[in-house]
Design a protein around this ligand. Structure first.
Ligand SMILES: *[C@@H]1O[C@H](CO)[C@@H](O)[C@H](O)[C@H]1NC(C)=O
Ligand SMILES: *[C@@H]1O[C@H](CO)[C@@H](O)[C@H](O)[C@H]1NC(C)=O
Ligand SMILES: *[C@@H]1O[C@H](CO)[C@@H](O)[C@H](O)[C@H]1NC(C)=O
Ligand SMILES: *[C@@H]1O[C@H](CO)[C@@H](O)[C@H](O)[C@H]1NC(C)=O
Ligand SMILES: *[C@@H]1O[C@H](CO)[C@@H](O)[C@H](O)[C@H]1NC(C)=O
Ligand SMILES: *[C@@H]1O[C@H](CO)[C@@H](O)[C@H](O)[C@H]1NC(C)=O
Length: 431
């Protein structure tokens, strides 16, 4: 498809006398001409939105793209977060600046939150239900309760958010979400991971990665990568059902032998178990988050495991498709997407691998269910692009779009850098 003119509209803070800082907004729109000729306004064609962050140290922006009925993306807007991005300290600079999954997160209830790793804050927005790339900031950015915030989790009810801090002051902290006022701290939820880290974090080995709520909502789970040969671990806190406070200390759960660098965490539905990508191996299955050595409730048919993906370089990000029942994992080194099936006994096997272009630097990903069809959205950071796959059936994912980010960003003066882009989260409109 030929791109028609790229239209620029910068709605910047106008009056220099304005008392408060007003967020810069850019409109990135490929299809103004075509859309304006159609009977229905373009926003009615939107079935949801995909969001990621620029994570620029000079100013972090959320980039939002519309999802159409067929799952395809159209870049639409970039919105300043009123916070700064950051890049962790590494031997050689490259994509995945926060060493994490979940840096930006949308809830089904219509709240979008992002970390600002360079200013130790979280910014919160309300998503316009009809036009989900339109975001309105709610409240001011709040302190993350630590340094180098890298990952966010929002609970099923959409009323509670927890952040993972990975810098020299590391650990977790939780907040109540108010759709109009923003975030307020939940007492007694700031807990340390006791990592010997720096701000920005030094990694990727030895850094924190991802935070999620367990499937039953009673535990908060964090993945921490090892420092070879020392393997990493999951840190698990119990959440009080009375006041939402966290247990004083976390339980530490080691991966099975061979597991080394647990990175992303994806719930295995119906099992209260977790699949973790493992950058050193492939993936780890944690059958039991209670920290007990054995799963005492079964005849050991459900066991934890560490599974190799042959030829992998760094398998770090994961998501689950309700339609296919399978997991999709990305590898920043091979630029392959790997589909994994986990059976009732929690035995995980490789179903198929799908290429993107080599050197794409495929990092964060998320899956959206649009009108009964599932689509996979992969941030190909090194290619400054988003790859879209339709997940038609188990073993049948089809690459259907590569969305360019750099051209439209350049045309409106939005600063992006392949090494700083991070995050991917999907919001689906209720229709
Ligand atoms: C923390 O890490 C630094 C840098 O690797 C090291 O010099 C220091 O000894 C470590 N401190 C502790 C308490 O392990
Ligand atoms: C904080 O939480 C811990 C663990 O749940 C509990 O033992 C302690 O009493 C709580 N402290 C306050 C001040 O509520
Ligand atoms: C263990 O196996 C036995 C025999 O197959 C079965 O009757 C029993 O229900 C199993 N126990 C659990 C907890 O699954
Ligand atoms: C998992 O499935 C694979 C392939 O079917 C099989 O070879 C392996 O023995 C199974 N592992 C366990 C622990 O059941
Ligand atoms: C991509 O990389 C793989 C592994 O190095 C190689 O086998 C393949 O030929 C490459 N593909 C292209 C199109 O260069
Ligand atoms: C990113 O692209 C550059 C230039 O093509 C390449 O040298 C580098 O290896 C790529 N990095 C990743 C992580 O793909």
């Amino acid at each position: 498809m030929k791109l028609s003119l790229l239209v620029l509209a910068v709605l910047a803070a106008a009056a220099s006398s304005a008392p408060a800082h007003e967020a810069r907004r850019y409109i990135l729109n490929h299809n103004v001409k075509r859309a304006s000729k159609q009977m229905s306004p373009s926003r009615d064609q939107s079935f949801g939105a995909a969001y990621f962050i620029t994570n620029e140290p000079s100013g972090n922006f959320i980039v939002a793209a519309d999802i159409s009925r067929d799952g395809k993306l159209t870049l639409r807007r970039a919105i300043e977060t009123d916070g700064l991005g950051s890049h962790g300290t590494t031997k050689s600079a490259g994509p995945d600046p926060l060493f994490s999954q979940g840096s930006v997160k949308a809830s089904a209830a219509g709240v979008l939150a992002t970390v600002n790793a360079g200013s130790n804050t979280i910014s919160t927005f309300s998503i316009s239900p009809n036009d989900p790339t339109t975001l309105k900031q709610v409240g001011k950015p709040v302190g993350s309760g630590g340094e180098f915030p890298m990952s966010l989790a929002i609970n099923e009810a959409g009323d509670s958010l927890c952040v993972l801090n990975g810098g020299s002051v590391n650990g977790v902290s939780c907040f109540k979400i108010d759709q109009t006022k923003g975030l307020s701290s939940i007492p007694n939820t700031t807990r340390s991971l006791k990592l010997n880290q720096t701000t920005p974090a030094t990694g990727p080995a030895g850094t924190a990665s991802h935070i999620i709520f367990s499937e039953d909502g009673r535990q908060l789970v964090v993945a921490v990568k090892g420092t070879p040969p020392q393997p990493g671990f999951l840190a698990v806190w119990d959440i009080s059902t009375q006041d939402g406070s966290l247990s004083q200390d976390f339980k530490s759960i080691a991966p099975q032998p061979g597991g080394l660098l647990p990175f992303s965490l994806t719930v295995i539905p119906g099992k209260n178990a977790v699949l973790a990508t493992d950058a050193g191996l492939g993936f780890d299955i944690f059958a039991d988050l209670s920290g007990d050595k054995q799963d005492t409730q079964s005849n050991n048919t459900r066991s934890s495991s560490a599974v190799a993906i042959p030829g992998q370089k760094a398998t770090c990000w994961s998501a689950f498709s309700p339609k296919t029942g399978n997991f999709y994992l990305t590898d920043i080194g091979t630029s392959l997407v790997t589909e994994i099936n986990v059976n009732d006994n929690l035995n995980g096997t490789i179903v198929k691998q799908y290429p993107t272009a080599n050197n794409s630097g495929t990092i964060d990903l998320d899956i959206g269910s649009i009108q009964g069809n599932d689509f996979l959205y992969v941030l190909a950071a090194n290619a400054t692009a988003v790859d879209v796959f339709s997940l038609d059936a188990p073993g049948q994912a089809h690459h259907m779009q590569r969305l360019d980010i750099s051209g439209p960003a350049k045309s409106v003066g939005l600063v992006i850098n392949p090494d700083n882009l991070q995050g991917m989260t999907i919001f689906v409109k209720k229709i």
